[in-house]
Design a protein around this ligand. Structure first.
Ligand SMILES: [Zn+2]
Length: 286
């Protein structure tokens, strides 16, 4: 191989993306990264996600009663909103006829988190899918060595959250458990994605530019996602645990963020350089 592994991975990601749209899929089973309606199984709007403040299944009082369940003592409901179309007749002075105009009024209703109810069963996929999955030693070694060097960083495998994230304020990485994945490579791919985020810390690779005001979908947020996913792909490749499935999924993920960056391919080059720095930091190669 003439050029280095980091460049090789970047080239292959670009190559994958040039082949067209690759759909990203959540590689772990169980949980729900979003707030969804227990009855319709649909995700709430972004505004309602924000109002509810917690992923999982939500249900109204009436629906709970209808299904024979009840609300746990002391449980509090949250409200969410919707716009109700209101048809009204508005007299028009110019034209001599009534004109129909539609307006929307904001309405709200209360919902309870399924955890705050009794007698109803979650319809989310069973959490533990593959309890027999074996950890991969090379990957476990990278994780334990990184954690032993970075004393402030906490690592939690959580079966409840149904999501993977790095919290800069708590310096904490959370990922679903190994048994929630179909193949162990995807578990490590997720973990290395979040560990790459953890290198944004000032004491590590210091990419913490305005991260406190960075919002989902922002340019900075999208760029950081590129760094994390390329970094993860690099680490998996470097320690020899790359799987075709996990790699394709990485390319799909990167592609979706690139779209948010208006397909600016230069961004990949920028992100790849930052990702290489992060991957080397995690692997203690510098
Ligand atoms: Zn991320």
């Amino acid at each position: 191989m003439s050029h280095n592994v980091y460049q090789m991975v970047t080239d292959r990601i670009i190559e994958q993306m040039q082949q067209g749209i690759i759909p990203w899929h959540q590689p772990w089973a169980g949980g729900s990264a979003m707030a969804i309606s227990y009855t319709t199984r649909k995700a709430y709007s972004v505004l309602n996600q924000f109002l509810l403040g917690r992923p999982g299944e939500w249900i109204t009082w009436n629906q709970i009663q209808a299904l024979g369940g009840h609300v746990r003592k002391g449980a509090k409901s949250r409200f969410c909103v919707y716009y109700k179309p209101l048809e009204e007749e508005v007299a028009d002075a110019e034209a001599d006829e009534a004109e129909r105009k539609f307006r929307f009024i904001l309405r709200w209703y209360n919902v309870f988190h399924l955890d705050d109810t009794e007698g109803l069963e979650s319809k989310l996929e069973a959490v533990s899918q593959n309890p027999g999955l074996k950890p991969i030693e090379a990957a476990e070694n990278v994780i334990s060595s990184y954690l032993s060097r970075e004393q402030t960083l906490r690592f939690i495998c959580d079966r409840e959250s149904g999501s993977a994230f790095y919290s800069p304020s708590q310096d904490m990485v959370v990922v679903p458990m190994l048994s929630q994945y179909q193949i162990p490579e995807e578990y490590y791919s997720t973990a290395f994605h979040e560990f790459t985020h953890s290198t944004m810390h000032e004491a590590r690779c210091n990419r913490k530019t305005d991260s406190h005001i960075t919002r989902f979908g922002d340019k900075d947020y999208s760029r950081e996602e590129l760094v994390a996913e390329i970094g993860s792909a690099m680490i998996c490749n470097r320690i020899g645990i790359e799987s075709e499935k996990a790699f394709r999924n990485s390319a799909a993920y990167i592609q979706s963020w690139l779209k948010a960056l208006k397909n600016d391919n230069r961004m990949i080059v920028w992100a790849a350089a930052k990702a290489e720095e992060a991957a080397k930091f995690i692997l203690a190669e510098r």
